[in-house]
Design a protein around this ligand. Structure first.
Ligand SMILES: Nc1ncnc2c1ncn2[C@@H]1O[C@H](COP(=O)(O)OP(=O)(O)OP(=O)(O)O)[C@@H](O)[C@H]1O
Ligand SMILES: [Mg+2]
Length: 456
């Protein structure tokens, strides 16, 4: 987030937004009332005074500009950093004010470098190689899963946009890959975009690429994911989390097949097939004003709803058996077929984390197996004390209807508990994502959306 600082005519700070505290590494509210010149380099004070004069000479409506060469910002604790900023003048009750919108250039350069290393061709190659090692078969014989397989077969051969919906861990990404692999575009790449991993300021360049010099830190031209997916398929994961301003730009690519790389006036045309996924109720996001209605209709050409695991009947047992053999052979062990008791317990559980959670449970059960028998005692969440609390809470008011807000609070508390248990590690074997049976990137985006922060 950028710092937004309002100054009076003497250059004293009248108001700041909370992000200002982060940018200047101090308590934001303690900055108000202070002389802003304490927070910039000496020559910057003169520069600001000159710019203010220049802006005041302009007609109203044009009193805003980039600060050429930026500023040297100084934190109260002594550190200084290069900042890029805009300055604007406005008048209120015959008093003149100045607003600065300012950000640390280093943060941007760092984020940019991170993205560059993420999206080089080598990285894409590595993603494809990993995909080759993954087991991509959609297992299951339940009527609900058969319907999904029929839908995939029906839509794969077309160029239609598919909106894959389903709870976390139901196999949305797997389905996206299955559609691409069964499509005429299979020889071309499947490019995935998941903005949970990308700083908000860089999503646009990640999508559409940029020209050298498009912004500070953009030292060379870079292709965006849409260009890389030309003639192939693009998979827009977690589409419900896309910021509103980018939704308009995405709509243009979907409708016209064209976009402008950041900092370029040359429109590019691409031919991409779009698959999108979400675990949110997009219609509700539309109603809440968080998702553009036109984009929703454009994506919702072929909606594909993945059933939660608890609605797939015996598939739980079938999948458990396959996963048990898979993990056992990976560990070089042999495992006896599932007992009826095992099957009963697996079927009785509600699987909020769906297939991913089942995989994790079976992996734990194989690791803790004794004498070749799966050990569900420690593997199934109901047996662990940390998970009994929400179950009791639910039991205390069975069938209670909760408001969306209450559900969000429950989700927040649950994620917090997992983060605390995992010592704030998100991914990895002991990470919170694994405890929750969630994809680490989904968890990251939920943490962001729910504004969960690690206490200092
Ligand atoms: N029907 C299935 N058969 C075999 N494996 C499956 C099936 N469905 C999902 N999986 C496996 O479960 C895990 C989770 O699947 P995937 O990542 O596709 O879920 P997702 O819906 O994208 O989850 P999220 O919303 O958390 O991103 C993956 O390891 C995937 O291979
Ligand atoms: Mg996913």
């Amino acid at each position: 987030m950028d710092a937004i600082i309002e100054l009076d005519d003497r250059l004293y700070i009248t108001r700041v937004n909370p992000a200002t505290g982060k940018v200047f590494r101090c308590q934001a509210d303690q900055m108000t009332g202070q002389d802003f010149r304490r927070f910039v380099g000496e020559e910057d004070s003169l520069k600001l005074a000159r710019l203010i004069d220049e802006l005041d000479a302009r007609p109203e409506g044009e009193r805003s500009r980039w600060i050429p060469g930026g500023l040297t910002a100084r934190c109260p604790e002594g550190l200084s950093f290069p900042a890029e900023a805009t300055i604007s003048r406005f008048e209120l009750h015959r008093q003149k004010f100045t607003t600065l919108i300012l950000r640390n250039v280093r943060d941007r350069v760092e984020a940019e470098q991170k993205i560059q290393s993420l999206t080089t061709e080598t990285e894409l190659l590595r993603e494809e190689l990993q995909a080759l090692h993954r087991n991509d078969t959609l297992l299951g014989e339940s009527p609900a899963l058969r319907q999904v397989l029929r839908d995939i077969a029906q839509v794969a051969g077309t160029d239609a946009t598919v909106l894959i919906m389903g709870e976390t861990g139901t196999g949305k990404e797997l389905v996206a890959r299955a559609i691409h692999t069964a499509s005429p575009r299979r020889e071309r790449p499947l490019i995935t975009v998941n903005w949970a991993a990308i700083p908000a300021t860089l999503i646009e360049s990640e999508f559409f690429g940029h020209e050298p010099g498009a912004f500070t830190g953009a030292t060379r031209k870079r292709e965006g994911r849409f260009a890389l997916a030309d003639n192939g398929t693009i998979f827009l994961d977690e589409i419900g989390e896309l910021p509103l301003d980018l939704q308009a730009k995405l709509l243009r690519v979907l409708q016209e097949g064209e976009f402008d790389p950041v900092g370029s006036h040359h429109t590019r045309k691409v031919n991409v097939r779009v698959l999108a996924a979400t675990n949110r109720d997009l219609e509700q996001s539309v109603r809440a004003g968080r998702f553009r209605e036109d984009l929703f209709y454009r994506l919702n050409v072929f909606p594909l709803q993945l059933p939660p695991l608890r609605e797939r009947g015996d598939d739980v047992v079938r999948l458990a058996a396959v996963f048990a053999q898979r993990f056992a052979s990976k560990l070089g062990r042999s495992i006896a077929p599932l007992t009826t008791d095992c099957e009963r317990r697996l079927t009785a559980y509600s699987w909020p984390g769906n297939v991913r959670e089942l995989q994790n449970v079976i992996e734990r059960a194989v690791i803790t197996a004794t004498a070749g028998r799966l050990n569900l005692d420690r593997a199934l969440p109901e047996a662990s004390p940390s998970n009994t609390a929400p179950v009791h809470a639910e039991a205390a008011s069975p069938g209670a209807i909760r408001t969306a807000k209450e559900l969000e609070q429950l989700e927040r508390a649950n994620i917090l508990r997992a983060l605390e248990a995992a010592k704030w590690k998100v991914s990895g074997g002991q990470g919170a994502a694994s405890l929750l049976g969630m994809n680490p990137s989904t968890l990251s985006s939920r943490i962001k959306a729910l504004k969960i922060q690690k206490p200092r």
